[in-house]
Structure formats: C-alpha cells, structure tokens
Design a protein around this ligand. Structure first.
Ligand SMILES: *Cc1c(COP(=O)(O)O)cnc(C)c1O
Length: 383
C-alpha cells in the first residue's frame, strides 16, 4: 500500500463509505487505465486530433452520434451552454461570458433545482425557473419560453421517480415544438449501459456525463450529442483556444492527454465488463456490513436492491429509537481510527433529520467492509 505517499504530506487516508464523490477524489482507476495513461505519457500528439478521435471512439462505443471529452461533467455542462449561446460564430465565442445581444436564458423546472446548476451559468447564461414547486406541467414550460430563451435543461435521475416533475419526453415535446435545444445532466446515469446513448437518442441535443463514476480520472467527463452540437462544444474547449486562437470560455477547463486516454480506457472497460459480477460484489460487501449491525436495538438495517446508476445496493440504516441521531455516529466514525466517512440523508434544503443513513460499497477496498461494519456496530450500540 502506498500510504506513505499521503503520510509524507501529513495526511491520514480515510475509508470511503460514502461512494463516488468529488470530496474524496471520485473513483479508483483499474490497473488497465493506469497502464494506458502511463503509455500515453511516452509521446506527444496534437490534442485536437486526440479529442476528436477519442470523442468518435466513445460515440461508437456508446451507440451515439457524437461525443466530446471534457474536464468533468461540470465542464460538459458549461461548454454546452456556451455552445448553445455562441454556436460557431467566432465573434460570439470570444464575447462570452458577456451575453449582451445574445440569447442567454436556460429554462429549468422548479422541481429540478440542484447543486450543479451553477455550472450552467459560468459561460454567462442565466437560469430561468418554470413551474410551481409542487407540480410542473407542459403549459408551464410553454409559457416560460421567451425572446431570450436559448435552451431547456433537464436533470436525469433514474433512481428517483418524481411524478410531479415534467418528464424528459414532455420536455422534448414542448422544446422541439419551439425549435429549442434540450440539454440533459445525466452525470451518474451510467448503468444500464443503454443510458449512455438513451437520452440523446430520445432527442436531447447534448447530454453530460461524469466519468468519475466509472473508474476514469476524476477530472474527466463527456458530452454525448448531435454532431452539430458536439462540433460547437469543441469550439469552446481549451484546445480550440490554442489551436484556432479563438479564445472561448473553456480555456481554464483543461485536461491532459493521459486523462483523455484514461477516460477512453475506463469507458471501454465499463462497456465490456461483467456487470453481474460487479453488482454481486457490491451486494456481498453490503451484506458483510449489515451482518455486523443486525439485531442492534433501535436500529433497522436493510440492503438496498437498487442496481441502476453508478452506486448500486448500499446499506440503509434507520433509527427507531427516540432522541438518538445518526449524525453522532457519522461524527464518531469521521473522528475515529481509522477515519471513516459515511453519509446521513439530507432533505432538499440540506438539513439532516438524523434518522436515516446509507453506507455505500462503491469506494471500499477489500477488507474494509469488516472494519466499517464493526466500527458502525460499536457506535450504534452507544446510542
Ligand atoms: C458529479 C456530478 C456533476 C459534476 O461532475 P464532475 O465530473 O465532478 O464535474 C454534475 N451533475 C451531477 C448530477 C453529478 O452527480
């Protein structure tokens, strides 16, 4: 183990029972990805060619029309908005983020306001909310379309079925009637594999994904979309800034050739691996953890059935005891030895109720399931 790499800097590594999060560095690259990145290091290539060919490769792999690798899903969202606003007009490309005289409003439904929406505004776009908080219908979207509307945003989340939100189908139906493009944040929707082309094949113009969720370098993501929009996204990128000397907003969102190669290698593995094995392993990890907790008074434990998305299964802990809080357990684990990070449930406003928590198998290395299980049991018994 390479603990020294961190301890030399005075950092004590933690056990990751939260899942694939930016807070802890995303996911772990398989050895094949590291090897591919190492080989990429041995020579130089023109970065625009690499971006183009790598994008084509991913598109073919996913069964989509076109694709472009970006600095995370965050940058994928930003570059998409810039592409919608400026298109292939070089004067507009260099004008952003000043949107004077440019259509710059992106519509977002009230029920999908979220943490990453800020990424849609860095290139100068403004978010305009539509629909009431409790229910959004097609008329709400239709009525919110105005002179300055440039696109409609949709957040895909296959694990939450919100009957009061406008669906992607409905969003597309209205947007297409007005010739408006639709962008989708599908960052974590990487399984089932068909999800990697599903939204663009449904008619979404640009769909953003985070490669952090499947063992690529944490810093990578990609846009999947039509050839036309992907070409315009490329015009906004850090490499177009250098190659064409037309300075778009994407210059600070740089990735290196090793990362692009790493993202390609990780995608290739993801699309070809045995997912039944992956899911069975996650479930096994969960059952080891749950076996430590079962039978503790005032605590309910359940292994989640979910297999879609990037973080399958999980150990669901709920407290039935009055006056106790899982936040105390979360704190104790965080400050214990070894340090363990887990997540208590938050509501939409970011408040914890302390009764629900989920342990993710995603970021646990072999043997850590036993450690997490026994430390959890120890702290849960104290409540
Ligand atoms: C992680 C995530 C992002 C940001 O992706 P990065 O690759 O970290 O930039 C955006 N949207 C959603 C839904 C995410 O889960």
């Amino acid at each position: 183990m390479s603990k020294k790499i961190y301890s030399d800097l005075g950092i004590e590594p933690i056990i990751n029972a939260i899942g694939s999060v930016t807070l802890l560095g995303g996911s772990t690259q398989p050895p094949e990805v590291i090897e591919a990145m190492q080989s990429a290091q041995d020579m130089y290539v023109p970065m625009d060619e690499l971006e183009e060919k790598a994008g084509n490769y991913l598109a073919e792999l996913f069964g989509a029309e076109a694709s472009y690798i970006t600095s995370g899903a965050g940058s994928a969202l930003t570059l998409t908005t810039a592409a919608f606003m400026a298109g292939d007009n070089d004067d507009l490309i260099v004008q952003l983020p000043d949107t004077t005289g440019i259509k710059d409003e992106i519509l977002i439904q009230s029920r999908q306001r979220y943490h990453y929406e800020r990424c849609l505004t860095y290139a100068g776009a403004k978010l305009v909310e539509f629909g009431a908080k409790d229910k959004v219908i097609k008329d709400d979207l239709e009525e919110s379309i105005g002179e300055k509307t440039v696109a409609v945003h949709y957040v895909a989340n296959e694990t939450i079925d919100d009957p009061n939100a406008l669906t992607l189908d409905e969003t597309l139906e209205v947007a297409k009637k007005y010739n408006l493009p639709v962008m989708v944040d599908a960052a974590g929707q990487i399984y089932p594999l068909s999800n990697l082309s599903k939204y663009s094949n449904m008619g979404a113009d640009a769909v953003s994904y985070a490669a952090k969720y499947f063992g690529a370098p944490h810093s990578t993501g990609f846009v999947v979309g039509t050839k036309d929009i992907i070409r315009k996204v490329a015009l906004q990128s850090f490499i177009s800034y250098e190659m064409r000397r037309v300075r778009g907003v994407g210059r600070p969102q740089k990735i290196d050739r090793q990362e692009i190669i790493g993202a390609v290698a990780a995608a290739k593995i993801w699309m070809n691996m045995n997912h039944e094995d992956r899911l069975a392993k996650a479930e096994k990890t969960c059952s080891v953890i749950a076996s430590h907790i079962k039978g503790i008074e005032g605590v309910d434990v359940e292994i989640q059935e979910n297999t879609i998305g990037h973080d399958p299964h999980g150990v669901r802990i709920s407290l039935t005891k009055e006056g106790a809080s899982l936040i105390d357990v979360q704190e104790a684990l965080k400050n214990g030895n070894p340090r363990i990070w887990m997540r208590c449930d938050q509501d939409l406003d970011g408040n914890y109720d302390g009764n629900l928590a989920r342990i993710s198998p995603f970021g646990l290395y072999p043997g850590e399931d036993e450690i997490v299980g026994s430390r959890l049991a120890e702290e849960l018994k104290k409540l």
